[in-house]
Design a binder for this molecule. Structure first.
Ligand code: C5P
Ligand code: C5P
Ligand code: C5P
Ligand code: ZN
Length: 478
């Protein structure tokens, strides 16, 4: 593909090398991460492999480590495509490559380990931020475009229709948390818009615009807290009833997507006025409006139409050992898989709200430069990171220092999840470095991004881990 036609020109040479290796393979093992970005990465890669006529099988892992990489090597595939992970474990992967176990192809956006391989596609290698400018699904999309250019005689099969999934992955990794997608992500959005599969629009930046009845939409929106509305059912209902907008139809509450443009504007301005009158600071009020990413080919009023709701639906499958269900939904199963995913979503929602309540009730412990809580076995280790992130700004949890959460993994191991904020990263916070270093010092390992990172450490080393992480974060923020 000519660099000028490439979605992310800086990555094109690497994408071409990866595509060439895949096209030369008899069959490929596709290994991906168990979250929304990992699932969409796998769906993008699987579709591209299938269209290129390359046989493959897909597997998912919670975390790539020595054991899971060895198990992958045992599968005896000559070529293994890692998506949304692999860079952080490139040293371990390269050992298997040297031993002749398999040729790795990596499309990832995590902080790379100190090793490289011939087929490695990662924004950080080209100065593109892997936490805010390109996700795993975005890296997989860049690869999918290169694969199409190499394998398809038909120009129309350029894989641009996969941009929607790439956007869901980026949003699922919170890369739009400053309001919109930027950098390489924005280029992918542009391709999706051109292909007619994505639409971007300024809209109310509240979760649930497709599926939540209006009172739930406003009451549960906790990012910007508005007294008398947030977590206040009666307040919300009386606010809605006081508007010059019919919020009900046939006795049922309408949803945001059911409103006309004019009704949306009326409701949004009333909400802003309410926030102003209750003393919500201007910078928070600005966060009430953001860019929404709509998957235009999905039915109105479903989780699949909104990138943020779609990503939560996927987390609800993959983080509960049902990545197969999420992948099937991404690949187009709108019957059994979607129905099962919705059941899993109901369960995930209950777990998220119970988890946040648990944190509010038990509180966090404040150190000099961070705050932490240990959920033991009260919160599932696969969602403790989401809960840590969502709890920042909840009762008793500050946004001025990063948060570290522990959860029991079993087998004598503890899961660590860390979350920061954009402003903290601006001040020098690098959680990937802090958590990775502190974990290795206590006999564990970890990594991730500057704003969000994780690790596994031996049970019993939590106190020492906190002491070390606190010192490192203190130095970073000095
Ligand atoms: O595996 P990994 O890349 O997929 O996950 C990224 C994690 O970082 C997500 O859980 C996401 O919620 C978190 N994140 C965050 N704030 C950001 C960017 C990412 O909490 N600004
Ligand atoms: O689950 P996930 O990390 O994808 O959620 C992304 C964001 O969507 C959360 O941080 C939260 O702000 C919002 N969310 C929500 N209600 C849910 C699920 C997610 O408000 N039930
Ligand atoms: O698991 P959690 O959601 O807290 O992960 C946050 C980020 O840290 C993710 O990008 C994840 O891939 C990364 N991580 C890692 N090594 C670990 C655990 C998490 O690189 N052992
Ligand atoms: Zn990711």
């Amino acid at each position: 593909m000519a660099a000028a036609d490439a979605p992310v020109p800086e990555l094109q040479a690497r994408a071409d090398a990866c595509a060439a290796q895949l096209c030369a393979a008899d069959r490929v093992l596709l290994a991906s991460h168990i979250d929304a970005d990992g699932l969409t990465s796998a769906a993008v890669a699987a579709t591209a492999l299938e269209r290129a006529g390359i046989p493959f099988e897909a597997v998912f892992e919670k975390q790539l480590d020595a054991d899971s990489i060895a198990a992958i090597a045992d599968r005896a595939y000559g070529t293994v495509l890692f998506t949304d992970f692999g860079s952080g474990q490139l040293d371990l992967i390269a050992e298997h490559e040297r031993a002749g176990a398999f040729v790795p192809v990596v499309a990832d956006h995590h902080q790379p380990a100190d090793a490289d391989t011939e087929h490695h596609l990662n924004p950080l290698l080209k100065g593109i931020d892997g936490a805010s400018e390109l996700s795993g699904a975005g890296a997989s999309y860049v690869l999918a475009r290169a694969l199409a250019a190499r394998s398809s005689a038909d120009e129309r099969l350029d894989n641009r229709d996969l941009a929607g999934l790439a956007v869901v992955g980026a949003v699922g990794d919170m890369q739009a948390s400053e309001g919109d997608l930027r950098g390489a992500n924005a280029a992918i959005v542009g391709e999706g818009v051109e292909a007619g599969v994505v639409e971007e629009r300024k809209d109310l930046a509240v979760y649930g615009k497709q599926t939540r009845p209006l009172p739930k939409l406003l009451e549960y929106a906790s990012d910007v807290r508005i007294p008398g509305i947030t977590n206040d059912e009666r307040g919300t209902v009386s606010f809605l009833d006081g508007l010059d907008v019919s919020c009900r139809a046939d006795g049922e509450w309408r949803r945001w997507v059911d409103l006309s443009e004019g009704e949306k504007r009326t409701l949004a301005s009333a909400l802003v006025r309410r926030a102003v009158s209750r003393g919500v600071p201007a910078f928070k009020i600005d966060r009430l409006v953001g860019t929404s990413y709509v998957l235009t080919e999905e039915p109105v009023g479903t989780e699949l139409r909104d990138a943020s709701e779609f990503s939560t639906l996927l987390n609800a499958t993959a983080r509960y050992e049902r990545a197969d269900v999420g992948l099937a939904v991404c690949l187009g199963d709108r019957e059994r898989a979607l129905e099962r995913a919705r059941e899993l979503l109901a369960n995930h929602r209950r777990n998220l709200s119970a988890g946040i309540e648990w944190v509010e009730e038990h509180g966090v412990t404040r150190e000099d430069s961070l705050q932490w809580f240990d959920a033991g076995s009260e919160i599932r280790e696969t969602i403790v990171g989401i809960i840590a992130g969502m709890s920042m700004g909840a009762d008793g949890v500050s946004r001025d220092v990063p948060i570290v959460a522990f959860a029991e993994k079993g087998d004598g191991e503890t899961k660590v999840s860390g979350r920061g904020t954009g402003p903290l990263v601006g001040d020098g916070l690098d959680l990937s470095a802090a958590i990775g270093e502190a974990a290795r010092a206590v006999g564990g390992d970890g990594g991730g991004h500057d704003v969000a990172a994780g690790a596994t450490i031996p049970a019993g080393t939590e106190a020492e881990f906190i002491e070390r992480a606190d010192a490192i974060v203190g130095e970073q923020l000095e």
